[in-house]
Design a protein around this ligand. Structure first.
Ligand code: ATP
Length: 178
């Protein structure tokens, strides 16, 4: 894990300013939950940190690096999206192991790490299934597994509005403790 800092971060979509100079400090290993009404800017904050949205002003740092203008692949951030964004044609094992495959990790090592993460998230026994054969909660845990398997510096979890933000915190908190 690493420190995260937002300094006077502004985000506008066209003429509409949705983040008005955010100053946020998150310590190394700290677990933080953003809670607020629909549309207040929670996802936008996460997406700017992940590099999926540009910032309109200010600066974002991870550790001692200014990352505001780095592409997502150079930030060492993993994100679970509201819709989980699993690959429908791949098994659970292949979904979880996909980031390792992209990193060129050999199949044997991938299998070991996938089994370890699956055990941690209670997905043993489901590794050969496809996403359509899973419950919503199981899909969510597969998405978390895919995010934590490469042990990113920052782990972001954008929880759907229909679920409690507090329970999302408890679940992702135990995952980041790995
Ligand atoms: N690509 C975009 N173009 C224009 N406006 C956008 C865009 N993305 C988000 N917005 C607006 O920015 C504001 C913040 O949206 P955001 O998705 O960050 O809210 P949120 O707090 O995560 O909401 P929810 O809890 O409903 O998911 C909203 O008013 C939204 O309509």
């Amino acid at each position: 894990m690493a420190t995260v800092s937002f300094s006077k971060v502004v985000k506008s979509y066209g003429d509409a300013e949705v983040i008005h100079g955010a100053d946020i400090e998150i310590g190394d290993g700290e677990f933080v939950v953003f809670v607020g009404p629909s549309g207040c800017g929670k996802s936008t904050l996460l997406r700017m940190l992940a590099g999926l949205e540009s910032i309109s002003g200010g600066e974002i740092r991870i550790g001692d690096r200014v990352v505001s203008h780095l592409p997502p692949k150079d930030r060492d951030v993993a994100m679970v999206f509201q819709n989980y964004a699993l690959y429908p044609h791949m098994s659970v094992a292949d979904n979880i192991g996909f980031p390792l495959k992209m990193a060129g990790i050999a199949p044997a090592e991938r299998r070991t790490k996938v089994a370890e993460v699956a055990g941690l998230l209670g997905l043993d026994g489901l590794l050969d299934r496809h996403p359509r054969q899973l419950s919503g909660g199981q899909r969510q845990r597969v998405a978390m597994g895919r995010a934590i398997i490469r042990q990113p510096s920052v782990f972001l979890f954008d929880e759907p509005l229909s679920n409690s933000k507090a329970s999302a915190a408890a679940r992702s908190g135990s995952a980041t403790g790995w």
